[in-house]
Design a protein around this ligand. Sequence first.
Ligand code: PLP
Length: 380
Amino acid sequence: MNTSDFAELKMFITGPTLIRKEVREAGALPEFGHRDKENDKRCVPIFKNLKKLAGISSNEYELFLINGSGSTCMEASIRSLVRDDETVLNISVGAFGDLYHNISKNNGKRAELLRFPNGRAVELARVREALEKFKPGVLTVTHNETSTGVLNNVMAVCELAREYGVLSVVDGVSIFGGMDIGLAEAKPAMYCTSTQKCLALPAGFGIGFVSRKALEKAETVSVRGHTTDILRQISKSRSHQALTTPNTTLLNQMAVQLDYIINDEGMEARFARYAKMQGMVEQWVEAQDGYELFAQEGYRSPVMTAVRAPEGVSFGTLKNVLKERMRERGYLFDPGYGKLNQELEAAGERSIFRIGHMGDIMPDMLEDYLEELGEELARL
Ligand SMILES: Cc1ncc(COP(=O)(O)O)c(C=O)c1O
């Protein structure tokens, strides 16, 4: 096979994201047996570093790596934590909050959707009303809504859930590793994430952080599936193993990358880099005539930005013209979440595009990208 025509594009999408050279090379490290002691050499530090990134030092949380991706982990949370005789409240501010609702319904759960308009964050007063109306046993909320660039205040949602005795489950797929997620303070019952976003690794695992409360609750749920059973997952992860055969190439890469994040770049420096890049993008958007930030002020993501295009720049133009022009310049441009743009256009509203500044995108790379993107916007 001729692989020389596989293009190497600089990825400014919202995941998967750019993989550093060292992490690519780590993919060539020796394969190993996942029940052998070689597994520990990779997975003991992987687990330790993931806990550090989540900000947990106590035994209040355990974690597992589940084969699949973020959605697989989300599915496991629903299968393991929602009983058939109770309601799950899915709080959504966009496409990925809707995804949790679909996962809940597709698993036969009694699910209610509390939907906020695209671009807006969760409003606590409406969550309170929904908790009183639906009396759910579990609620789900999206930490970073990747379709709109909204960062929700999950700390406040989890606190409210606790007030009502409701278990909270957070989808942190696109933010884990991108900011201090404050797990120990927010105390959700479960936090789901994955490898291919802010961790700048290939996709392949969902990562689930589970509290003792979640494990106790799972004992009371009757049909949890096999791979979606968090009790089974945890029983293996206690010896730093995956329940089913893991991608050992990815584990090699994860060991190298997490060591780099914690011990070379450092968590604080990484989070500060994202905050800086958020500022760079926001400033750049303000300087583009007719373009606007889409997400509600005060609730904007540090790792990605959604930009509202001016009247006359349709989704078709973003997807078929701008994306291709940026490809010619060596970049993969993100023309926005397709379904959302179709909905916006149908409602006569302006389209959005997204800029991913997650993972190992560096400020100088972003600066070049914004400069070139600005040139192309001026040509539209
Ligand atoms: C916020 C959020 N949740 C869930 C998902 C689904 O994750 P995955 O594609 O890893 O299954 C994504 C993917 O983009 C996401 O951004």
